[in-house]
Design a protein around this ligand. Structure first.
Ligand code: 4NP
Length: 178
C-alpha cells in the first residue's frame, strides 16, 4: 500500500510539472496568532533562502475566529525574530471554504485542528489536508499550543523549522528532478 509520503510525492510531482504553477501552502492552527503564523514565517524564509519564492506561496489561518484582524502574539513575534523570522506583518484570519479549493497543501499544526478541518473539507480536496509533521520521520503528530504558557514558543519554532525544512526538501527534490 502507498504511504502518505508516496502519495504526497505523486501529488507534488503533478503540481510541479504544470509550467508556471505556484504551489500554495496554508498553515492552520486554532487562533492563527502563535503556531501557524510561526510556521508561515519559517517556511517563507526557507522558501526565500532557496530561491523558490516564485514557485511556493504561503498563508496561514485559524479554525477559530477569536483573534481575527490581530497581529501574531507578541511572544511568537519576539521568539521568531531572535531566529531571523519576521511575523510582524501577518494578520489573523479564519479558514474559509474557498481555502480548500485554492490551496494545494493545507497543514494542520495539531490533530485537534485537523479533526476540525476534515468534515469541512469537500471530499475531492481531502488529500490536501495533512499534519505538518507528516513530512518528517518523527512519531510526533502535533505542535503543542503555547498560548497559555510562557515557555512553549521556542519549541514551536524548533518543530516548525524541522517540519518545514523536511517539506521543502521534498518539494526541492521534486523541482531538481523535473
Ligand atoms: P494558536 O494558539 O492556535 O497557535 O494561534 C492559540 C491562540 C489563542 C488561543 C488558543 C490557542 N485562544 O484560546 O485565544
Amino acid at each position: 500500500m502507498a504511504s502518505n509520503q508516496d502519495n504526497a510525492k505523486v501529488h507534488a510531482v503533478g503540481l510541479i510539472k504544470e509550467p508556471g504553477r505556484v504551489i500554495k501552502v496554508l498553515m492552520v492552527c486554532l487562533g492563527n496568532i502563535c503556531r501557524s503564523p510561526t510556521a508561515q514565517g519559517v517556511i517563507e524564509k526557507l522558501v526565500f533562502d532557496r530561491g523558490l519564492e516564485k514557485a511556493v506561496s504561503v498563508d496561514s489561518a485559524g479554525t477559530a475566529d477569536y483573534h481575527v484582524g490581530k497581529n501574531p502574539d507578541p511572544r511568537s513575534i519576539a521568539a521568531a525574530s531572535q531566529r531571523g523570522f519576521d511575523l510582524s506583518s501577518q494578520v489573523s484570519r479564519q479558514v474559509s471554504d474557498q481555502d480548500f479549493d485554492q490551496f494545494d497543501y493545507i497543514f494542520a499544526m495539531d490533530v485537534e485542528n485537523l479533526t476540525v478541518l476534515q468534515p469541512r473539507c469537500p471530499p475531492e480536496y481531502r488529500q490536501k489536508l495533512k499534519l505538518l509533521f507528516s513530512f518528517t520521520e518523527q512519531k510526533r503528530l502535533s505542535i503543542p499550543d503555547p498560548y497559555y504558557g510562557d515557555d512553549g514558543f521556542e519549541l514551536v519554532l524548533d518543530l516548525a523549522e524541522q517540519a518545514c525544512h523536511q517539506f521543502l526538501a521534498h518539494i526541492a527534490y521534486e523541482f531538481s528532478s523535473k
